[in-house]
Design a protein around this ligand. Structure first.
Ligand SMILES: [Zn+2]
Length: 347
């Protein structure tokens, strides 16, 4: 009997050491210490032994039960602690890992360029005015010396607003920011120095240099004694601030119904320096903007006496300025919402 107890003890301790988690430990407990477990059965057999063997066998069996119970409890608390640590480790934050960089937005390249343009004119004392994108025909054309049936209307492919808004097609999406020159002159009296930025719309077939929606910035200065020299001085300063002090500029005659005389302004090519390349179409010059002296009739239309006041006005496409500045060869990139393009302009 004592031999049997000894071998049971060895087997029990060996299996206890092998149990690595609480499931196998509980299984072990059932096998040895449970109601039908080996140790319990052993204790029951004591009574059927010959009387002289009972005391020693009983004592050994009781010792075995106590020993295994104690070993079980030690093992149980060790496993419990190990499992608790493992669970804590699984939930823990490893503070040594690099953080996840948050997605930060950036200003659109057209917005960046627009702000740069406005800043340059601000330094020359120009204020900023913004007008409506949905405009009356009268402001977009009529008051700018472009009456109905005037052939100059063919220069702007206009998107008209359908009834019931407006009447007889007298409401439209502005084709240029020029109507805001009228609004500014109606709201304030000379001296006026203002730039008007904003979106414009035209019924265009899009290509590398045309979009149906684009940004313009126009400028207007009206005061006593304003001359073409002021126009040239302000615009030359703008080009050199925007594209570099060494830029040469060129003014040539051009026609816009709301100015007289009208001019187009170009600068020497920033890529080839005037020698001729693909960007300047081998002319050596890049057209930047249109300008001119405000037409006397436009001043009369808003109640300003052209015998006392004169003014100059200019207008440029913001995308064109951004394209020249960043050497972008297709205007459609700006509004294609392609992050691969836009991310390059993260300031
Ligand atoms: Zn060139």
């Amino acid at each position: 009997m004592l031999e049997k107890i000894k071998s049971l003890r060895e087997k029990a301790i060996q299996e206890l050491e092998a149990s690595a988690d609480s499931n196998s430990l509980e299984e072990w407990k059932r096998t040895y210490l449970g109601k039908k477990g080996f140790v319990t059965q052993l204790l029951r057999q004591i009574g059927s032994l010959p009387p002289e063997e009972r005391p020693k066998a009983g004592e050994a069996a009781n010792l075995l039960r106590d020993e295994l119970t104690q070993l079980y409890e030690e093992k149980a608390s060790a496993i419990k602690e190990a499992e608790r640590l493992q669970a804590a480790k699984a939930q823990a934050i490893d503070v040594t890992l690099p953080g996840r960089r948050p997605q930060i937005g950036a200003l659109h390249p057209v917005t960046q360029t627009l702000r740069e343009i406005i800043e340059i004119f601000s330094r020359m004392g120009f204020g900023v005015y913004e007008g409506p994108e949905v405009e009356w025909d009268e402001y977009n054309f009529g008051l700018l010396n472009i009456p109905p049936e005037h052939p100059a209307r063919d220069m702007w492919d206009t998107l008209y607003i359908a009834p019931p808004y407006g009447k007889d097609g007298n409401m439209l999406l502005r084709t240029h920011t020029s109507p805001d020159q009228i609004r500014v002159m109606e709201l304030t009296k000379p001296p006026i120095r203002v730039v008007v930025p904003g979106r414009c719309y035209r019924h265009e077939a899009t290509d590398a240099s045309h979009e149906w929606m684009f940004y313009q910035v126009e400028g207007l200065a009206v005061d006593k004694g304003i001359t073409m020299a002021h126009l040239k001085g302000v615009l030359t300063t703008f080009v050199r601030e925007m594209f570099g002090k060494e830029r040469k500029v060129r003014f040539r005659c051009d026609y816009f119904p709301f100015v007289e005389p009208g001019a187009d302004m170009a600068m020497d090519c920033i890529v080839c320096g005037g020698k001729g390349c693909r960007v300047c179409k081998f002319t050596g010059w890049l057209e930047i903007l249109g300008a001119g002296m405000v037409h006397p009739q436009v001043l009369r239309n808003v109640g300003i006496d052209p015998n006392i006041y004169t003014g100059f006005a200019f207008g440029m496409g913001v995308e064109r300025i951004a394209m020249l500045k960043h050497k972008i060869d297709d205007i459609r990139y700006f509004y294609a919402n392609d992050l691969r393009f836009l991310k390059q302009f993260r300031a």
